[in-house]
Design a protein around this ligand. Sequence first.
Ligand SMILES: NC(=O)c1ccc[n+]([C@@H]2O[C@H](COP(=O)([O-])OP(=O)(O)OC[C@H]3O[C@@H](n4cnc5c(N)ncnc54)[C@H](OP(=O)(O)O)[C@@H]3O)[C@@H](O)[C@H]2O)c1
Length: 342
Amino acid sequence: MVLAAILTDTPKSEPFKHGLEVKEFNPPQPQANESVVKVRAVAFNHRDIWILKGLYPGIVLNSVLGADAVGVLEKKGAASVNEGQRVLISPSVNWDSCPRGPEGDFRILGMLPSPGTFAETINIDSKEVFPCPEHLTDSEAAAIPLAGLTAYRALFSKCQAQKGDYVLVTGIGGGVALFALRFAVAVGAHVYVTSSNPDKIKFAKELGAEGGVNYKDPNAIEDLKKQLNGKLINAVVDGSGGKLFEKLPEAMAQGGIIAQYGDTASPQGVSFTRDLWGRNCELKGSTMGSRAEFAKMLEFIDKNKVRPVVSHSFKGLTQENLDKSVSLLAHGQQLGKVVIEI
Ligand SMILES: NC(=O)c1ccc[n+]([C@@H]2O[C@H](COP(=O)([O-])OP(=O)(O)OC[C@H]3O[C@@H](n4cnc5c(N)ncnc54)[C@H](OP(=O)(O)O)[C@@H]3O)[C@@H](O)[C@H]2O)c1
């Protein structure tokens, strides 16, 4: 038996539809294609909040939740990594390498039939196991998989961002957004951000952003253009939609690309001004990434010694730590990833 965080039908409070409870769990025997990873740290994503609110497709009660983990390879299975080595797990199931999208029945770890990571050990298909870059602490490493992969695909595969480009990352308090900022700075882009919170914009500048605007300010687009001082945005990495998003093409260069990976502020969809087509801008949807992109992202992180931003790191897979983590994300009080070290 191991301890795990399991999705239940007993929510703690409004607005949740489900609960997340620490329980004893009997993991199945590993299959021939699987490795066993002893988990050292796990991280939360906004997806976990959508699931607890009942606003996510394909919810299965009694699933072990969680898509992110770093651990130690305990039983090698068919993995090319050695036992005892620290590993990261790719969260995208059935997506090998196709740049357009998943080849198969795409799933994300953390909803049955795919095992979740919020557990003391996890049995995982050996091909999803990758050596962890050595410069990272366990908390930093746990922060990477889902958010890092989403940011990597949106910024590089979709927006084709490169050195010298002007990149806008929206909602910089978010886990994916902070990875996009870190990656864009590492590649030598000029980065601007949006946030509801001036302190988060200030923090983004400490991480290398050149400017930032408050997306709640009705003059945000004018403010952004003023800060750009005649330059224009080549790439937008967005996870929220919202009022400002619709105006962004006004500040974009010809052929600019918007990669949207989420719709926190616009679940009903977005509309655009004529600048979108007038400036030949492209709007691209982006979802997580393939195993091949996961490998490329880890190489990028290793080469550039990128350090994920960890907002909170709690010690121990306890009910109190689960509740605190969920509350932080549900209220948007985090600045970076929320991690539990196991
Ligand atoms: N397609 C995919 O593969 C994929 C992968 C990961 C996440 N997602 C989705 O992307 C979204 C973000 O995920 P996450 O895990 O990074 O979330 P998160 O860490 O909970 O961050 C959410 C952030 O959204 C920002 N936000 C809220 N309202 C906004 C608005 N009107 N305009 C701009 N930003 C706004 C806030 O930024 P401030 O605090 O700075 O105001 C907040 O920090 C979620 O909807 C999630 O479901 C999709």
